[in-house]
Design a protein around this ligand. Structure first.
Ligand SMILES: [Zn+2]
Length: 684
């Protein structure tokens, strides 16, 4: 029997988890022992005779639970990016246990009495500002978790939390299964006209991996609109692919319909128990936005411009369809959602005179990473990167870099896990393996995940410009984690409100299209030739293209999320058929899903039914206001310069939640955020 490596702190650099020694069988024991250890640590806090002090209560809580944190970080990261049946089974078993564990601490009345006493005496304690913020966060978390409820309500709350945790886990696993099962099988290569040779090869490999050699498999992307729709010239196949995407989670073995109904009802019930009229009001009370009304204001303010642009574009696209029909001698048809990306691509070519195939050779993954993403971070923050191939990884595709600060001091480890695989969730995200906290002497270990199709035979991975932008986006989150320089773990880097957390990431996207950065990374993967200036200019000019569609599909999803969570417990109890509910919400806002479908339909909207973004999908646009405004500030102040980067780093990126996020932005900018730069950036 080998020792369980998750039971002790890792001895590897930066406490990187010893992936080469972690087995599926280690998790259960690590979770069981980790939870028990944390409960003992909490019991020791409440058993003290000494009156509550900042150190004996708040700091003690900050030090508690490290063993469980380690187990959770490894398990949940790997379950997201490299899962298997054993892990999924364990995840389902653990979900209610972890919910109960959290409740046991949050609803411990002796513990809350100590925290509350400190909160009330806070002004007399003469604490540092970061410590004051920490006391306030603890107090808010306890109250929001139900610490002030009576015993009967607490029991009811615990039961609800346990059910919610099981349902969100089931929802997520269903999405993964429905997405894998929904892949479209193609019998003849002729149907794949429009795809590049590498893409056809990847589809053949995907089919072969499922024992279907000689056929082609088009795997599904997370979102409603599938990227391949832009390329496939076979209309029937486009329709099949689109319908496979929207059918996910609606019936069969991975049906999410009932789960949504139950989740919405339980969330509304919990909100009522905690004194809120609905789940959205409860969630938003702790975000920058503050209330559903504020969210509604920004979503509905942007919608008319987005819809108007989408309608104009639809008109142009229909003309293109008609012309195409005349030319190619087929019967004219009305533009459908599975046609939009295809004709938008043709329109893009006509207007800007370039296509994806021309651009791809200049966006090779490794070059974009090193000469683009890392280069911008070096210019702005003085960071340097050294690959550490000798350190253990959890999958051979993962790369590890050590990150050094401007003065050469070791700063963080960065893991890049860029390729798609069936065992990985869709989409792209950043996560932490180790969170920065001076109190615990911990430096950050962060990971970026993308779903770039893996090239065959070790060939170069050539990205679309959207994927390039995603690479920069996720690295913006990574920087927020790596540049974190706070004392207390609860206030570290990315542990900020959801509607603030996308600010650093969306801000970092701007460097993907900065002329100096772009010139540095956009080089031909074979010849090393820089991208011709004319092509570069066209790509930049095309950036506001099709933003009517992109903005509308996003706003549609955000409005659906808000609507589900605006239901009070009475209404939610009778939650109707999700498809009908959604259709009514879209109609109410004048959105026609037969033209622009929502970015996610309810049955596979993992962000809000399993990913912690319930009533929070609006957060992307809320944060983007800050991101574009900050971008304007950079442009006005000379762009890619160390002095500018240092300003953002010292006032925002290093501060985690050691300060109120809105105060942080004002400190950086000198005034509250303005929405105009966002509207301009999107060309609306
Ligand atoms: Zn993000």
């Amino acid at each position: 029997m080998h020792a369980n490596p998750l039971l002790q702190a890792s001895t590897l650099p930066y406490q990187l988890p010893p992936f080469d020694r972690v087995d599926d069988q280690h998790y259960r024991e690590a979770f069981t022992q980790g939870m028990a250890a944390q409960l003992r640590e909490v019991a020791a806090i409440t058993a003290q005779d000494a009156a509550p002090s900042f150190d004996n209560t708040i700091v003690a809580l900050e030090r508690a639970g490290q063993q469980l944190d380690r187990a959770m970080a490894v398990f949940f990261n790997l379950n997201a990016s490299n899962t298997n049946d054993v892990m999924q089974q364990l995840e389902s078993e653990l979900a209610p246990l972890l919910a109960a564990h959290e409740d046991a601490i949050a609803l411990d009345s002796k513990l809350f009495a100590r925290v509350n006493a400190l909160y009330e005496r806070c002004p007399e304690l003469t604490l540092e500002p970061e410590a004051v913020q920490l006391v306030e966060r603890y107090h808010a978390q306890f109250v929001r978790a139900g610490a002030r409820l009576g015993d009967a309500d607490k029991s009811q709350l615990k039961a609800i939390n346990s059910q919610i945790s099981s349902l969100t886990t089931q929802f997520k696993q269903n999405v993964l299964k429905a997405t894998a099962d929904g892949a479209v099988l193609v019998d003849s290569a002729a149907e794949l006209e429009g795809l590049a040779a590498e893409q056809i090869g990847a589809a053949a490999a995907a089919a072969a991996a499922r024992g279907l050699a000689g056929k082609w498999l088009l795997t599904l992307h997370n979102t409603t609109t599938q990227p391949l729709l832009a390329q496939l010239s076979n209309r029937a196949l486009r329709e099949r692919l689109f319908k496979a995407s929207t059918a996910r989670g609606r019936d069969g073995a991975a049906d999410n319909t009932r789960i949504v109904q139950q989740l919405v009802a339980l969330r509304a019930e919990r909100a009522a128990l905690l004194g809120y009229s609905n789940h959205a009001t409860y969630q938003l009370a702790d975000e920058s936005a503050g209330s559903p009304a504020a969210v509604s204001r920004i979503l509905t303010a942007l919608l008319p411009a987005a819809l108007a642009r989408a309608r104009e574009d639809a008109h142009d696209l229909q003309q293109l369809v008609d012309a195409h029909a005349r030319e190619a001698g087929f019967e004219r048809f009305a533009l459908a959602p599975w046609d939009w990306p295809f004709y938008a691509e043709r329109l893009r070519r006509a207007r800007f005179d370039f296509d994806r195939a021309q651009v791809a050779p200049y966006f090779e993954l490794n070059r974009v990473l090193q000469d683009g993403v890392f280069y911008a971070a070096q210019e702005l923050y003085g960071l340097t990167f050294k690959e550490r191939p000798e350190l253990p990884v959890y999958h051979p595709d993962v790369r590890i870099f050590e990150v050094f600060d401007a003065d050469g001091a070791p700063l963080a480890l960065f893991l890049g896990d860029y390729f798609a695989r069936e065992t990985k969730q869709g989409g792209a995200w950043m996560s932490n393996f180790v969170r920065q906290a001076r109190l615990l002497g911990m430096k950050p270990v962060v990971v970026n995940n993308l779903n770039v199709p893996k090239p065959q035979d070790g060939g170069p991975a050539l990205l679309t410009f959207e994927e390039v932008t995603t690479l920069f986006h996720e690295f913006g989150h990574a920087l927020h984690g790596m540049l974190s320089n706070v004392h207390y773990p609860l206030l570290q880097g990315t542990n900020v409100p959801r509607d603030f957390v996308e600010f650093p990431s969306q801000f970092n996207e701007m460097w993907a299209r900065d002329p100096k950065v772009l010139a540095n990374f956009a080089r031909h993967h074979r010849t090393g030739e820089p991208m011709p200036a004319v092509l570069l200019a066209k790509i930049l000019a095309a950036q506001t293209f099709d933003q009517g569609y992109a903005t509308t599909e996003y706003l549609a999803a955000a409005l659906i999320d808000q609507a589900w969570h605006a239901l009070g417990s009475e209404e939610a109890g009778q939650a109707q058929d999700p498809a009908r509910f959604e259709a009514a919400v879209l109609a109410r806002h004048g959105i026609d899903p037969a033209l622009v479908p929502p970015r996610y339909h309810t049955a596979y909207f993992a962000h809000v039914f399993s990913g912690g973004y319930s009533a929070g999908y609006y957060a992307y646009i809320w944060s983007e206001v800050l991101a574009r405004d900050a971008g304007e500030w950079f442009i006005r102040n000379g762009g890619l310069r160390r002095a500018n980067g240092e300003n953002l780093r010292s006032k925002v990126l290093s501060r985690g939640r050691s300060l109120d996020p809105q105060a942080m932005f004002i400190d950086f900018y000198g005034r509250p955020p303005d929405v105009a730069p966002l509207v301009a950036y999107r060309g609306l």
